[in-house]
Ligand binder design. Structure first.
Ligand code: AHR
Length: 536
């Protein structure tokens, strides 16, 4: 079928979607244009984030060497086992807003001698009546060497966010020196050896502050551009190509992006060579009453549509960046993203921003990762916020209990895309209409991403419809499909979630599909599907 015919079909199907929701599509089609490459799917698009907040570090990751909870040098073993299964490409730490109050000197050396400090999240009303503990007063048992050990064990690249609001460029230089100076070269290299590692860590990714427009200093974009220049000028690199990531906008704050890029360009366009990434933060929030596990069908659609805004945010921020950085030397780094529900489903009283992800969050994970893949030419890294016991998490843990969430299963399935060539796809399925206030809003009926790995084609699809399966013809233009393995994540109830008592309520199912020139697959309602196709 030529593209014009495909588009005609697409338009017809989309128009059909404006009919009542019960209308059944008969000609859903996904066409993968394997000869239209977009860019390489950097494994770092599947990155993660951990902050000293609530139960992320203490209890979640760090249980301590003397704990009865199985651990590897203090790090929760069950988490490590699951991270080994998942493989995490990059891990951001120590914040978040916490980063701009953190003094790395507090977190090195013998743990018993490290100072206990007030956590900058202490003023959050959620913690007001909570018992004292590490969520309020950080014991600093988990510091630079522990974080880098976690990265080494899991194979993740470390991404450290520096404190720009309350420390100096000299402190930043020294942190880099502590991490990267050659063995025995300086006093800090010797201190590192005495503490943990004679070998340098070779940390490449450095965030220059966090949310500098807010908790990171309330700067104007012009002021932040000056600070960025100051923090990154003549920074010692010890032979490691340092990749500085600027504190970018929240959502659609284009003024912040334009102001920063103009501020750098005022010094000279060569400044763009010193910026690896521009950090976009976008939380789609919640919908309706804002509950994580208790929502209506309309809340389901509303939140998926909000998550889908990532598509236009990437496009529009990218074009704002390109007004000054015309060669697009700077890439986007979406280093905080995910759903943000109201409190009430955290697994412990002190777990600030702790929430229990459901199938709805799984679909948000999937459609967001698909969006990153479709913009693999623009987005160099992304970090879901946050790995454990927090917003949009992959794991829940408290004391000796641990469970993987539906988000974990999506990241595990999507791993098959890593390192592939993202290629264009066209999907046609009836659009979904749903009430939004006094009007009607819409959401696509099927979307996804595709990547080519030699003769293997990976396709992931999201069907957001709560009731209707989408029988779909799948075509790889210019190739035929020899065989196809399918993994599906779906559940009988859109509210399904995993808990300590029901850890396998949501889990994926694997099967084979019969195939030929094309294949037809019935994409289940409210599901995430991965198809791994061998091409002839
Ligand atoms: O992820 C929680 C918080 O959200 C982070 O600390 C901050 O950067 C963002 O506002």
């Amino acid at each position: 079928m030529r593209r014009r015919e495909f588009l005609a079909k697409t338009l017809a199907a989309t128009a059909a979607g404006l009919a009542p929701r019960t209308s059944k599509a008969i000609d859903n089609r996904v066409e993968i244009l394997i000869e239209e490459p977009i860019g390489l799917i950097e494994p770092n698009l599947h990155g993660h984030f951990i902050e000293h907040i609530g139960g992320v570090i203490y209890d979640g990751i760090w249980v301590g060497e003397n704990s009865k909870i199985p651990n590897v040098g203090g790090i929760r073993k069950e988490l490590l086992d699951n991270l080994a299964r998942l493989g995490i490409p990059v891990l951001r730490w120590p914040g978040g807003c916490f980063a701009d109050s953190y003094n790395w000197n507090d977190g090195i050396g013998p743990r018993a001698k490290r100072p206990c400090r007030t956590n900058s999240w202490i003023n959050d009303p959620f913690l007001e009546k909570a018992p004292d503990g590490p969520a309020k007063y950080d014991p600093n048992e988990f510091g630079t060497d522990e974080f880098l050990r976690l990265c080494k064990i899991t194979g993740a690249q470390p991404y450290i966010a520096a404190n720009l609001r309350s420390l100096t460029p000299l402190d930043f230089d020294k942190w880099i020196e502590y991490c990267n100076a050659p063995q025995d070269s300086t006093s800090l290299a010797k201190l590192r050896a005495a503490n943990a590692s004679p070998q340098p860590y070779g940390v490449r990714y450095w965030g220059v502050g966090n949310e500098a427009w807010g908790c990171g200093g309330n700067f104007t974009p012009g002021e932040y551009a000056s600070e960025f220049r100051r923090f990154t000028a003549w920074t010692p690199d010890y032979g490691v190509k340092l990749r500085f990531i600027g504190s970018g906008p929240s959502g659609d704050d284009f003024a912040w992006t334009r102001g920063f890029f103009a501020g750098l360009a005022a010094k000279g366009k060569w400044m763009f060579d010193s910026v690896y990434g521009w950090a976009l933060h976008y939380y789609c929030g919640s919908a309706g009453q804002g509950q994580a596990i208790d929502f209506t069908v309309n809340d389901w659609y509303e939140l998926l549509a909000k998550a889908d805004r990532m598509e236009t945010l990437i496009q529009r921020q990218w074009s704002a960046m390109g007004e000054e950085d015309t060669e697009h030397k700077v890439k986007l780094v979406v280093d905080e993203w995910g759903a943000w529900h109201r409190a009430g489903t955290e697994v412990s009283r002190t777990f600030l921003f702790g929430q229990t992800p459901t199938m709805r969050d799984a679909l948000i994970s999937a459609l967001t990762l698909d969006t990153f893949h479709r913009h693999a030419d623009k987005v160099a890294m992304a970090n879901a916020a946050q790995l454990i016991n927090n917003l949009h998490c992959l794991f829940l843990a408290h004391e000796d209990r641990f469970v993987v969430t539906p988000n974990f299963h999506v990241f595990e399935a999507y791993k098959a895309h890593q390192g592939g060539q993202s290629v264009r796809l066209m999907a046609a399925a009836p659009t979904i209409s749903f009430p939004a206030g006094n009007t009607t809003a819409t959401l696509w009926g099927l979307a996804g991403s595709a990547s080519l790995h030699g003769k293997k084609l990976v396709l992931t699809l999201v069907n957001p419809h709560v009731k209707e399966a989408q029988p779909t013809e799948i075509v790889a233009r210019g190739a035929s499909i020899r065989s196809c393995k399918v993994r599906t994540l779906s559940a009988p109830d859109i509210h399904a979630f995993n808990s300590f008592d029901h850890p396998r309520a949501v889990e994926p199912k694997d099967e084979m599909a019969s195939s030929g020139q094309s294949l037809v697959w019935n994409v289940p309602p409210a599901s995430v599907t991965r198809l791994e196709m061998a091409l002839a």
